[in-house]
Write a protein that binds this ligand. Structure first.
Ligand code: EPZ
Length: 430
């Protein structure tokens, strides 16, 4: 099992290039099979979740040509299986995007019901509600979601919950339905917009993505495209909070500042200086941080995927802060790990009450999930002494070259596995 060993105390200083958005790329890769032409997708992040989904796409018979780490060509003409293998969905929930893509194109799909994960139960009832509204017969048998339709007809769908996954999945299926579909109470995340733009570049007719009402006019078929994924606002925000927590000065490059507005607003609130450029944002944290309140909300609110990262910065701020997690029911599992580093946080239901402390001290901690793992790395970078973060495979699901990028900003850390390598690191850094 691989770990990060970190010697904390160095402010992070410098510039870091942000990669393509994982959560946009997962949806867009799935949508790429909806034509018999070849689609070329650029700026995909080279992370585990992406690579697993590409394997799943190959697994159903699509032709995949990985041109380089960040570019893939997909041709869905010879797809010969409409059921996605369980091993893929077990590894990544986002395989469920193949449901909407296969149902839209072939009017039939079967995908294992994605399990819950460490941050909550993660139901897909709204996805199924949308498919049924489009005329599909959807049943759950032996752990599989089986969706089938003679034809798909446009419908007026009102989502009971603002859900990124269901918004995108329904948008995909509706793109090749007959007639018009309206999705009300749609998610507005940048990756929903990116998925809509990708589908439109293939000849779909989608309007309103980025608002809470999306209108889709079904088309007969979709065609080839070349498309580049938007930058990852969550990767960018993670480095921005790492700058804040380590009293650093970091510029995140190749970003869309508009997508970072909620993150930027909170960084300013807690005492950082933030400077925006066309495709970069600079975060300087020279004074002490101070407390604030934050509630995670669907976009454009403060993103749930940034909740563990801001909590680490608040745990090192003066005063008492309140973090409310309104999207997932179990996204505070990192709090016990942070307590081992000296954090003073009390979780009551979906709220964390954070009493800031002067400093963290290094400890041996476990990453409970992807974003919490990244947050624990930030804590280790800010802590005095040595921190070991276990289970970094979680972090590598969503962050490409995480330790290399942090080391380029001055972090003293290595990826290791086992006590011997940890001792070697300790000796090396003295
Ligand atoms: C996407 O998950 C992201 N994953 C998550 O990022 C992100 O946290 C989440 O959106 C919210 O922004 C991908 O894009 C692959 P949802 P998704 O459907 O689509 C409830 C990361 O760290 N809900 O927007 O699964 C659900 O329980 C990951 O990169 C239903 O009730 O999230 C949750 O409370 C973690 N029924 C809320 O909606 C449904 O049918 C939002 O979920 C679907 C969702």
């Amino acid at each position: 099992m691989e770990q990060y060993v970190i010697k904390g105390g160095n402010p992070l200083v410098g510039e870091v290039e942000i990669g393509g958005a994982k959560n946009a790329a997962l949806a867009i890769l799935a949508a790429g099979i909806m034509t018999d032409d070849t689609v070329v997708i650029e700026n995909i992040p080279d992370v585990k979740d992406i690579n697993v989904l590409i394997q799943a796409i190959e697994g159903i018979g699509a032709k995949v040509d990985r041109r380089d780490r960040h570019t893939v060509a997909i041709n869905g003409a010879n797809i010969d299986a409409l059921n996605v293998d369980n091993e893929y969905i077990k590894k990544i929930r986002a395989s469920y995007y193949l449901l909407g893509a296969l149902l839209g194109k072939y009017k039939k799909a079967s995908v294992p019901l994605p399990g819950g994960c460490n941050i909550g139960s993660r139901p897909i009832d709204q996805h199924l509600k949308g498919f049924r509204a489009l005329g599909a017969d959807v049943k759950i048998e032996h752990g599989y979601v089986i969706a089938e339709a003679k034809s798909l007809k446009g419908s007026h769908i009102y989502l009971d919950v603002v859900t990124v996954g269901a918004t995108i999945n329904i948008m995909m299926a509706a793109s090749l339905a007959q007639g018009n579909t309206i999705i009300e109470n749609a998610a507005k995340e940048p990756h929903v917009v990116d998925a809509a733009n990708f589908l439109n570049s293939m000849g779909a007719n989608i309007k309103g993505a980025g608002t809470d009402v999306i209108r889709i006019k079904g088309v007969q078929s979709l065609h080839r495209t070349e498309y580049s994924i938007i930058p990852d606002q969550i990767e960018a925000g993670t480095f921005m909070f790492a700058a804040a927590a380590t009293k650093g000065d970091v510029t995140v490059k190749n970003v869309i500042p508009k997508h970072l507005e909620a993150t930027t607003a909170k960084l300013i609130e807690i005492g950082c200086e933030v400077e925006e450029f066309d495709d970069a944002v600079r975060v300087v944290s020279s004074k002490g941080l101070h407390h604030t309140h934050v509630k995670t909300l669907p976009y454009p609110g403060f993103p749930t995927d940034m909740q563990p990262q801001i909590a680490v910065a608040l745990a090192l701020s003066s005063g008492t802060s309140i973090v409310t997690e309104s999207i997932f029911e179990n996204r505070f599992k990192y709090v016990d790990e942070l307590a081992r580093m000296g954090a003073n946080i009390k979780v009551e239901g979906n709220t964390a009450i954070i009493n800031g402390v002067e400093r963290f001290t290094g400890a041996h901690v476990n990453a409970p999930d992807l974003r919490a793992g990244a947050a624990l790395v930030i804590a280790g970078l800010a802590a005095e002494g040595i921190t070991v973060v276990d289970d970094v495979h979680y972090v590598e699901r969503g962050y490409e070259c995480f330790e290399e990028k942090l080391k380029s900003l001055g972090a003293q850390m290595e990826k290791v596995s086992g006590e011997k390598e940890i001792q070697k690191f300790r000796l090396k850094i003295g």
